[in-house]
Design a protein around this ligand. Structure first.
Ligand code: CP
Ligand code: NVA
Length: 293
């Protein structure tokens, strides 16, 4: 049966942990391999990308395979060829396909017709590849995330939703700080997720603080979101109120002066560049797991 990676739920917690352990090992030992020699990865993107595109392309290259970037405008898909037809054709040749789409449903529909593994490279609902890199980075610097306290600051977006999913699978506490106009206390009924309006309350005792842009790609509520989130900025002073061991994550790209201050990006507690590099290491493990298993 073809395994897809559309959300974190497509993997068990043991599989996630083993992919991450493998990624850490690969990174440490700098393994050069030809595990994916002769394999081809297609990247179909409806939205812009720096990290996801480059990390998948370099991962395939370092594993002896090939990848190519296919923007929707250049495919017949952009001229109206049905998604299902595109999926059948591309999956008959490619060994795996990464999709970045506006709507998550597009990825689901594509995967229903695909004979090769489909990987979500970001939708409006989920960014599971980013979470693999985030958990890997946490692991490298602070050990297992199980039982830890994580604060999410800002918009209830695709990244926040993926953290919620991860918190259930990997058993950590998630504190979400967001205005009540975006999410109110009772909107999420999960034992390990707590919603706060106050950032200061949310970060207390937290081991990790993470945030993301106020306005995601494809989000049309620009003025409303900017207005409701204007106080929700991660600063060094906010980090000072968390655990002494706190670290800071941002999936990037960041808007300095909005969700994050200039100072935090360069703060010693910020691990954003490690996170970005780990996209490639984590995806090498994911690709070998999905293509070779
Ligand atoms: N974090 C992330 O997915 O970045 P890109 O949008 O640059 O791919
Ligand atoms: N929430 C952001 C993440 C980008 C990696 C977006 O969807 O634009």
């Amino acid at each position: 049966m073809t395994r897809h990676f559309l959300t974190l739920k497509n993997l068990s917690s043991d599989e996630i942990i083993s992919i991450i352990d493998d990624a850490i090992l690969r990174k440490k030992s700098n393994i050069v391999s030809d595990e994916l020699k002769g394999k081809y990865l297609a990247l179909i993107f409806e939205k812009s990308s720096t990290r996801t595109r480059v990390s998948f392309e370099t991962a395939m290259n370092q594993l002896g395979g090939k990848a190519s970037f296919l923007s929707v405008q250049d495919l017949q898909l952009g001229r109206g060829e049905p998604l299902a037809d595109t999926s059948k054709v591309i999956s008959s040749m490619a060994d795996a396909i990464v999709l970045r789409t506006l709507k998550h449903q597009t990825i689901t529909e594509f995967s229903n017709e695909s004979s090769s593994p489909v990987i979500n490279g970001l939708s409006d609902l989920s960014h599971p590849c980013q979470l693999l890199a985030d958990i890997m980075t946490f692991n490298e610097h602070r050990g297992s995330i199980k039982g830890k306290k994580i604060a999410w600051i800002g918009d209830y977006n695709n990244m926040c939703k993926t953290y919620i999913e991860a918190s259930k699978i990997l058993e950590f506490q998630l504190h979400i700080a967001t205005p009540s106009s975006i999410l109110s206390k009772n909107d999420i009924q999960e034992d390990n997720v707590t919603i706060y309006e106050s950032m200061e309350d949310a970060v207390k005792d937290c081991n990790l603080i993470t945030t993301d842009v106020w306005i995601s790609m494809g989000d049309n509520e620009i003025d409303q979101k900017k207005n409701s989130l204007k106080e929700y900025q991660v600063t060094p002073e906010l980090l000072d109120q968390a655990s002494k061991e706190v670290i800071f994550f941002h999936c990037l790209p960041a808007v300095r002066g909005e969700e994050v201050s200039h100072e935090v990006m360069d703060d010693p507690r910020s691990l954003i560049w490690h996170q970005a590099e780990n996209r490639m290491h984590a995806q090498k493990s994911l690709l070998t797991f999905l293509i070779n298993n």
